[in-house]
Write a protein that binds this ligand. Structure first.
Ligand code: GAR
Length: 204
């Protein structure tokens, strides 16, 4: 008998190409994960259209609708909890998840970042790597803790920086690699292949 698919909620702020890759993968019964909801902080996020086109439920929780960050964080957690997720995936979600959100979904939140952490955390990982002059950068999928891109690393892939790269061209090449990595990691985590020992993470 095939075990039930893990329920995945995806958080997006942008175009949603990582979300689209997950939606393409989740149709396969042996993938082990199913995207059941997509949430955004921005009603204009392209990722919401990607979700709607796939028939996946969406919700928007805007920071400007709340008195402070803590209230928004609680509301976001409530909106995610509606979908009873086994896994929450931050895929281009440009907000820091706070203590109440993370305690609610402890150890079950993963993020994808367009740089080789711990180098170049934050909102401009590609721009910062390019400005620094690194010859190799890449992407990181990691567990989320309360810091900015500081959680235990699950998997990384390297991408070479070309002489004529600008932020857009480099980010596009990273995203091609990133999508495949995220799909692989989400599938393996959903199938129970994740072993965490402090900061050391192994995918079985
Ligand atoms: C991805 O490259 C993701 O790593 C990045 O935003 C992009 C979203 O693309 N996230 C961050 O920079 C977070 N610090 P998408 O909307 O096409 O999936």
């Amino acid at each position: 008998m095939v075990p039930p698919a893990a329920r995945v909620v995806v958080l997006v702020s942008g175009a949603g190409s990582n979300l689209a890759a997950l939606l393409a993968a989740h149709a396969a019964p042996d993938f082990g994960a199913r995207v059941v909801g997509v949430l955004s902080d921005d009603p204009g996020a392209g990722g919401l259209d990607v979700a709607r086109a796939a028939g996946v439920a969406t919700a928007v929780v805007r920071p400007s609708d709340f008195a402070d960050r803590a209230a928004w964080d609680r509301a976001l957690a409530d909106a995610v909890a509606v979908f009873s997720p086994t896994l929450v995936v931050s895929a281009g979600f440009m907000r820091i998840l706070g203590a109440s959100f993370l305690s609610r979904f402890a150890g079950r939140v993963i993020n994808t970042h367009p740089a080789l952490l711990p180098a170049f955390p934050g909102a401009h990982g590609v721009r910062d790597a390019l400005a620094y002059g690194v010859r190799v950068t890449g992407c990181t999928v990691h567990l989320v803790d309360e810091g900015v891109d500081t959680g235990p690393i699950i998997a990384q892939r390297a991408v070479e920086v070309l002489d004529d790269d600008d932020e857009t061209s480099l980010h596009e090449r990273i995203k091609t690699v990133e999508r495949a990595l995220l799909v692989d990691v989400v599938g393996r985590v959903a199938r129970g292949d994740l072993a965490v020992d402090g900061r050391r993470v192994r995918l079985g």
